[in-house]
Design a protein. Structure first.
Length: 751
């Protein structure tokens, strides 16, 4: 089958058309740059047809998934007839090809408002931006999602059980919007360098950088909460390379937002911002290479295997690195920028220190994430663990909290230290009070006490500034300070939920209460699957002074893969979460029921205090078995079993009889002290015997047992609430900057 005939043309053809329209748009904007203004409309229309082609291709794949058209290899790989429609939708971005298509889908749509937003710089900005989209498009041409199978299967392979969660429908698309948005400030920056005119780029790029900060932050929030509520390991951030691949560009985007703010207000740091805008976009490409080239396949549970696109990813990354370096080398020195004359105790200096702190953190995380790549040529390649990231980022977080707490009371021109201290007095008293409460509750490590003090100081100081600004001009001018309030709240949630969580591993016997602190847990029953719920465990939880509730952690096998799945139960309280995650379930033995077991020679098993060991076969248990085989009559073979009950050991020999006609006799044999054993099968070649044991465990049988991980997560809700406040502040700032840009556009239109 040739390449063309192996493709589903209704989906593949729009991708090829998109390439043609992208090249046409690029050519049109190149003509505009050369002075041919008549080509502008052609370039715009070509880009719109490019975007339309990508949308059509995405719609075709979506329809194929919803119809479960297993002729298409990608549909067969990631969908199945047993999946609900929303998981069929999630299958769109479950694989490499689909995820690149959804990334390109958002990128193509973002380019439509960018045409208008770019203003006078439309041609160079759209030229650079179209190049970023063509990079993804080349990958899709190479790894087309519409490859057809030679034969149509009746069933698909289905979606990975770990991805069968509602957050899979929401989280990845938002993440890819964030990735696509990082290309916009990059396009503005590179276009400004190309034109040798950096006077307007910060104003135009600022709202886009803020939007990218909001969207990527929201995606990171969703991903963390998804891991926390679904995976059962008890955390929300494991410093996995795929997690870091989104965190690094987010940190750099935050850095860019602050840098652009300084550039717009002080006319400084243009060169730094141009470099950071490039690094933010390149970090997305680098993270994509790390997680999709297969180099981390042995180190990350989220990483994709290599599908043959490593070379394309390297080429894509190499192209934009080369473009950036070339423009930096030839034009960066020409960029006018005012010298930094701010005194140390000024808003500008402290914001610059915050930028440096964020860049250092992003650099450290990048190096740590790259450890498998940097060490792959060594004898024992490896990666760094969460402890490394926590240890190196703790002092940086303390420094960031200090800087954020000072900024509200500093001016651009600088001021005396006594004046700053006087304005900090009330927030400092509040922070000291909270730190004192933390010490009383058991926070004794000096770094942690300092962390709590500065985090509360940051929130209190910025909150006072928000109140002051709202009284003067409304909330629209307080977005940045409101975001800083959220930063302090998040930091408190980080330290309390990670450093001071309390975990207990328990084994609960069905019906028997077990006390842990002031809580009493009773495993009630195992609930079978229903039409709306997977298999669950019911645990009664009582606490002093609280109403009794029932926890329902899930513990089930995926029907298709037979993979064991766990989902925790989370009781959200005012000051903590009670996190119950199942570890192991033993159904026990009901009274009078039989247990099936297979033992090899010298292998043993224990039932309710009775140890049973298979010694060997007895070929003369009832006559000579070899002679019986030769005569063609009834053959009897015994199995010597050693029974150990307490301090008494006895040997019994149950029998297994068979004839050449196929008739089998397996009489039950009494076990000393109670119970019976029956031979169900013999495997002479393997030296093993299959037994059925009945009656061990006494009249009551053996009760079911459930092993769980019970964890208290103090103040973990502050992580989510803090990030909500950060994103709300960013949204307010974005709306305000967009209004400013509209006013600039109207002023420019009036001449």
């Amino acid at each position: 089958m040739t390449y063309l005939t192996s493709l589903y043309l209704p989906g593949a053809l729009p991708i090829w058309c998109a390439m043609a329209f992208a090249l046409a748009s690029l050519w049109g904007y190149a003509q505009v740059i050369r002075g041919d203004e008549s080509s502008r409309e052609f370039a715009r229309r070509a880009y719109k047809f490019f975007a339309l082609s990508i949308v059509l291709s995405a719609l075709v794949l979506l329809v194929l998934l919803l119809r479960r058209d297993f002729r298409i290899e990608y549909v067969w790989q990631y969908s199945g007839t047993d999946l609900d429609w929303h998981y069929q939708l999630a299958a769109f971005w479950a694989g490499q090809k689909g995820s690149f298509l959804i990334w390109l889908f958002w990128g193509a749509l973002i380019g439509l408002p960018l045409i208008r937003s770019a203003g006078k710089d439309e041609a160079p900005v759209m030229g650079i931006y179209t190049l970023t989209q063509m990079g993804l498009l080349f990958i899709l041409v190479r790894e087309n999602p519409f490859v057809m199978l030679t034969q149509t299967p009746f069933e698909g392979q289905g979606l990975n059980p770990l991805l069968q969660d509602d957050w899979m429908v929401i989280h990845p698309p938002i993440m890819f919007i964030g990735y696509a948005l990082t290309a916009v400030p990059f396009a503005f920056g590179m276009a400004a360098l190309w034109r040798r005119d950096t006077s307007r780029w910060a104003t135009r790029a600022f709202p886009w950088a803020l939007t990218g900060f909001i969207v990527l932050g929201a995606a990171i929030l969703m991903g963390g909460y998804w891991a926390y509520k679904t995976l059962g390991w008890g955390g929300y951030w494991g410093w996995d390379p795929v997690e870091n691949a989104s965190l690094i560009p987010w940190l750099l985007t935050i850095t860019l937002v602050h840098g652009l703010y300084l550039e717009r207000t002080r006319g400084r740091f243009r060169r730094m911002n141009l470099v950071i805008s490039s690094l933010a976009y390149l970090s997305v490409l680098y993270g994509t290479f790390l997680t999709r080239s297969g180099v981390l396949a042995d180190f990350s549970v989220h990483s994709f295997v290599d599908l043959g696109i490593s070379g394309w990813l390297i080429a894509l990354m190499g192209f934009f690195v080369t473009l950036s370096l070339l423009l930096f080398a030839t034009r960066l020195r020409e960029v006018p920028t005012a010298p930094n004359e701010d005194p140390l105790l000024s808003r500008g200096s402290f914001m610059l220190l915050a930028i440096v702190t964020l860049v250092i953190s992003a650099t450290i995380i990048t190096v740590g994430t790259s450890a498998p790549l940097l060490t792959r040529f060594m004898e024992n390649p490896g990666q760094v663990g969460p402890e490394f990231y926590n240890r190196v980022n703790l002092p940086l977080a303390i420094l960031a909290a200090f800087l954020v707490s000072m900024v509200p009371f500093l001016t651009w021109k600088g001021q005396a230290g006594t004046s700053v201290l006087r304005r900090l007095m009330v927030p400092a008293v509040v922070a000291a009070g909270v730190a004192g409460v933390a010490v009383a509750l058991g926070v004794t490590e000096v770094f942690h006490v300092l962390f709590v003090f500065l985090a509360v100081l940051a929130s209190a100081a910025n909150l006072s500034k928000v109140v002051e600004l709202v009284r003067k001009g409304g909330l629209k001018v307080a977005g940045g300070y409101l975001a800083h309030v959220g930063v302090g709240v998040m930091l408190i949630g980080f330290i309390s939920s990670s450093a001071y969580d309390q975990s207990n591993k328990l084994t609960l016997e069905q019906g028997v209460p077990q006390q842990v602190g002031e809580m009493t847990l009773t495993f009630q029953r195992y609930l079978q699957r229903t039409a709306t719920e997977k298999e669950r465990m019911e645990i009664e939880v009582t606490s002093e002074g609280r109403e009794t509730y029932y926890a329902y952690p899930k513990f089930f096998l995926n029907d298709r893969t037979r993979q064991l799945m766990v989902n925790p139960d989370i009781d959200k309280r005012l000051l903590e979460d009670i996190y119950i995650s199942p570890i192991e379930y033993d159904p026990g033995v009901p009274a009078g029921s039989a247990r099936q077991v297979q033992l090899a020679r010298d292998e043993s098993v224990e039932f309710a205090g009775v140890r049973l060991r298979f010694v060997d076969f007895d070929m003369a248990a009832d006559g000579n078995a070899l002679v019986q085989m030769q005569s063609g009559g009834l053959v009897t073979i015994g199995a010597q079993l050693e029974i150990e009950r307490g301090d008494k050991t006895e040997v019994i020999t149950p029998l297994y009889r068979f004839e050449s006609s196929g008739r089998v006799e397996t009489p039950s044999y009494p076990i000393p002290g109670g119970g019976t054993v029956t031979i169900r099968a013999l495997n002479a070649a393997a030296g093993a015997v299959a037994l059925e044991v009945t009656g061990l465990g006494g009249a009551q049988g053996v009760p079911a047992r459930l092993s769980i991980d019970l964890t208290r997560k103090p103040l973990i809700a502050l992580v989510w609430y803090g990030l909500y406040v950060v994103l709300l502040g960013g949204l307010i700032s974005t709306v305000n900057r967009l209004r400013e840009n509209r006013r600039l556009d109207k002023a420019a239109a009036r001449g």
